[in-house]
Design a protein around this ligand. Structure first.
Ligand SMILES: O=C(CO)[C@H](O)[C@H](O)COP(=O)(O)O
Length: 218
């Protein structure tokens, strides 16, 4: 039986089939790291990558893959990233690694979001994993109070994002309508973004299972 890490590696390698040419968007986390390592083997096919975090940029550079500033790029054919949870509707909950804002920005520019996950990430309803909310530091208490009013239990993460902000990890939310909740939380003054990726769901899910990598299309 494959371990979770082996499944992450298998699905990351399967995503290489979607890498054609040009510049691609690359996510953050352990599954994305396996993807970067696999990408290194075919780096001659692409011009380079846009990174969703400093950690990802560093790993790409360590493999000799050029890293581009998103502002110098009009569009990306694909964005490849993991998720903390994903549903069959391709709605995702992300940000366990704290890179949610840059991930959402890079994903927004990509024509195709390819989500790479092991089988533990596919869930019927989002929300067992705490929802990360990136906040401007001076607003962290007022945003926390507003999240309590929405039924959540926010906990300040001991972490500073690449953007110099803080993260509130929120449990207890009933995520019945991920698109509506994503917008509602983003409306709170002081919120930079939240880890619901529902307004812009994944286009392809590659899911590593004990029976091989399964492909789901939206
Ligand atoms: O959103 C993320 C980082 O901000 C990651 O995609 C998510 O946390 C999944 O991580 P991993 O691949 O390590 O399980």
């Amino acid at each position: 039986m494959a371990t979770q890490d082996e499944l992450k590696q298998q699905v990351a390698e399967a995503a290489i089939a979607y890498v054609k040419e040009g510049i691609i968007g690359v996510g953050t986390g352990s599954t994305a790291n396996y993807f970067i390592d696999a990408l290194a083997k075919v780096k001659g096919k692409i011009d380079g990558a846009v990174a969703s975090s400093e950690a990802t940029a560093q790993r790409l550079r360590s493999h000799g893959i050029p890293v581009f500033d998103l502002n110098s790029v009009d569009s990306l054919e694909i964005y490849v990233d993991g998720a903390d949870e994903i549903t069959e509707h391709m709605h995702m909950l992300k940000g366990g690694g704290g890179a949610l804002t840059r991930e959402k920005i890079v994903a927004a520019v990509a024509k195709k979001f390819i989500c790479i996950c092991d089988q533990t990430k596919l869930v019927p309803v989002l929300g067992a994993f705490p929802l990360p909310v990136e906040v401007i530091p001076m607003a962290q208490s007022q945003v926390a109070r507003a999240l309590v009013k929405l039924g959540g239990i926010p906990k300040l993460r001991d972490f500073t994002t690449d953007n110099g902000n803080k993260i509130l990890d929120v449990t207890g939310l009933k995520i019945m309508d991920p698109v509506a909740l994503e917008a509602q939380i983003n409306q709170l003054v002081g919120v930079v973004t939240n880890g619901l990726f529902a307004a812009r769901p994944a286009d392809v899910l590659l899911l590593a299972t004990q029976d091989g990598v399964k492909t789901y299309q939206r």
